[in-house]
Design a protein. Sequence first.
Length: 187
Amino acid sequence: MTTTQASCLAAALTGRTVAWVAGAPTPALTAALAGIGARPPDAGPAHPDLVVADLRDGVAPTAVDRPGRAPAVLTAVFTAARAGRDLLTGGTDLTTGAAGGGLLLIAAAAPGPTGAALHAGLTSLTRTLATEWAPQQIRVNCLLTPENPAPPPLADLIGYLAGPAAALLTGQLLTLTPPAARPGRTA
């Protein structure tokens, strides 16, 4: 990211709040978010602009493909998503007006047939929730990351999704891929 891009992102994020409903940001990720202007969730009673459900521990890659794992994981993702929706709406009745904000579900990319089923389920769940919660101005996106993503790129993406530039981005399954793992790239 260039200095100009970083300053534009920081300007867009100044005063925006990112909250967590599942998982917790690492100190490095917290520092990276603060470096681009995002306010921590404990900075006051402000309504969050983005709620993150970091489910990488529950949706972690495994060496052994375990049948039946995907439904249990998707249930955990849905439970976290509902907690995020409640935080974005202040726990109010969803039929009484718009609250607004973004919800980001983060999962680790999983290998094998179970991983493929899980990714298909996450895509479907993300699109369904985005459609169902659109009347409340809630955007829902899902991010697949490598097992241990670098904090700065993850913070940049979280910052983008919390900012005004992502106002129309919803129902998407995004993938954070290290540059060396991208197709067509050489070391």
